[in-house]
Design a protein around this ligand. Structure first.
Ligand code: FAD
Length: 477
């Protein structure tokens, strides 16, 4: 009897414990991916672009090892049960998920399959340590990152070795029917907003490996000092690969430690990088223990925050037309490439929440639809962090100033020039506050404020005061 491996956010062959265990049975392996539009927090548009390419790459790799990836569309539970029945499968293997609503689906399936006489085995394929393995001394989850990171370092990853690479995976002699990836229409048609994604990214396991190697060989030494500079390429850009599970955090952990042991990477750079990977683990912990994380503030008093309904402000923010160059550059980088530098994510999020007083959930939803690395844990935990209502969050009164942040982290204005080309000719002295530039300078740079580039949609100093007043209203609550 064959065995089924249900791929979800673990679209890789290497270090995939569920796939490895399936192969170890010696039975024919049926790799399966289900497109389920009704699953809570189904992927957004940019993620679907990535998914298309990632599945295509996974199918090709599997094919090369002897197995055919089966694609089915529909309700996850019904589809899996049907395939198990159709193929008379003896086992189903999958790597675990950590969001309550997804766990619910998996648990129900496990018990239904058991009733069908099918054994289900599940694994940790996407975390260094699962949430319940990293607990405080008195039990229960950490709510502050630093002690969490210390505990994670002390424990180390749950597995020491990555699951062995599989050279051969035998499928059944007659493969079950599969839908065609192209029939899923995951790619945009007209307008094709993903044109630049193709040059920016190489989805799939090989792309992930290339990124990691490039980062560890050529970039990591600049990481600790340069990771806040959006005008430089000093971060790994592994986030979409991690979000789709094309690489595991254990592979990253091990490769980084190997480089460190060979003396090719300084301890400082390596540990700074791994601590960011640990923020991802921390976010997964938060989501696991707080089902409402994507929707509701962890700090109750924020439910009463006097948010504004401002469709025009939201639209200007989404389009990168706020009149604040660093904010606009970030939002346009997001639209053009499906990714935004972390420092700029914090700036644009702060602007939406604190300058425009628009609920963070609106920003979370926009990011969810436009990011290729959209990750339920990281996205919701990070938005709550900037809003000041999450665990270990930035204090609410820390309001990012879009002008000084721009001057500090994009000192020559190169990042702004790349993504806001209408400001290209503006000298660096004025690039982060064009409305303060003398008329002659604007004229020489071919800028007509209000026509070629907007005036700021809000006065930051006044907006800051207003945000703090709002906070004072809920502070004592
Ligand atoms: P690197 O600096 O190279 O870090 C390596 C890996 O560590 C990342 O790929 C990521 O998996 C993890 N990581 C790094 N920083 C963080 C962080 N602050 N929190 C959690 N994990 C982190 N990250 C996502 O993966 N998906 C999201 O949907 C997402 N939404 C965000 C929304 C907001 C408002 C903010 C402020 C941050 C968000 N982040 C999100 C976190 C962070 O911005 C990205 O992980 C990072 O920019 C990805 O680039 P990188 O791979 O080059 O990061």
């Amino acid at each position: 009897r064959p065995v089924i491996v249900w791929f979800r956010n673990d679209l890789r062959i290497e270090d995939n414990p569920a796939l490895f265990a399936a192969r170890e049975t010696g039975a024919p392996v049926i790799p399966l991916y289900i497109l389920d539009d009704n699953i809570p927090h189904a992927p957004g548009s940019a993620s679907l672009w990535w998914l298309h390419h990632s599945l295509s790459s996974l199918a090709e790799t599997l094919e090369g090892r002897g197995a055919k990836l089966i694609l089915r569309c529909g309700d996850s539970q019904d589809t899996l049960k049907l395939l198990a029945d159709e193929t008379n499968a003896s086992h189903v293997f999958w790597n675990r998920r950590y969001y309550a609503k997804h766990i619910e689906i998996d648990k129900a399936l496990k018990s239904d399959l058991k009733e069908q006489g099918i054994t289900v085995e599940t694994f940790n394929g996407s975390l260094l340590r699962e949430p319940w393995e990293v607990e405080t001394g008195s039990g229960g989850p950490y709510r502050v990152f630093t002690p969490f990171w210390k505990a994670l370092k002390r424990l180390g990853p749950a597995r020491i070795d990555t699951a062995p690479n599989l050279r051969k995976i035998s499928g059944p002699s007659k493969s079950p029917k599969s839908e065609k990836l192209s029939s899923w229409n995951l790619l945009p048609k007209k307008p094709n907003w993903a044109k630049e994604f193709v040059t920016a990214w190489k989805p799939g396991e090989q792309g992930a490996r290339d990124r990691l190697n490039h980062f560890l060989n050529d970039v990591i030494d600049d990481y600790a000092s340069g990771r806040d500079r959006p005008d430089k390429d000093f971060t790994s850009r592994l986030s979409p690969h991690l979000a789709f599970g094309e690489i595991s955090p254990l592979q990253i952990w091990k490769s980084t430690h190997e480089k460190m042991a060979e003396g090719k990477v300084s301890d400082n750079a390596a540990m700074k990088f791994l601590s960011e990977v640990a923020w991802r683990e921390f976010s997964y912990n938060l989501l696991f223990y707080n089902e409402a994380l994507p929707n509701e503030p962890l700090r109750e008093n924020f439910k009463n925050y006097p948010w504004r309904d401002d469709p025009d402000g939201l639209n200007a923010w989404q389009k990168g037309m706020t009149g604040y160059p660093i904010v606009d550059a970030g939002m346009r980088q997001l639209w053009r490439t499906g990714w935004m530098h972390n420092r700029v994510r914090m700036i644009v999020a702060s602007f939406l929440i604190k300058d425009l007083l628009i609920p963070w959930q609106e920003g979370e939803a926009w990011f969810w639809d436009t990011l290729v690395d959209a990750d339920l844990s990281n996205n919701s935990a990070s938005w709550q962090w900037v809003a000041g209502c999450g665990a270990d969050a930035a204090p609410y009164f820390r309001i990012f100033n879009p002008i000084t942040q721009g001057e500090k982290f994009d000192p020559d204005g190169e990042y702004v020039r790349e993504f806001v080309p209408e400001l290209k000719k503006l000298p660096k002295k004025h690039i982060h506050a064009p409305w303060k530039a003398p008329e002659g300078v604007l004229h020489d740079a071919d800028i007509k404020l209000g026509k070629t580039y907007p005036f700021p949609i809000i006065d930051h100093a006044k907006a800051r005061e207003r945000a703090l007043e709002g906070y004072n209203e809920i502070k004592g609550a």
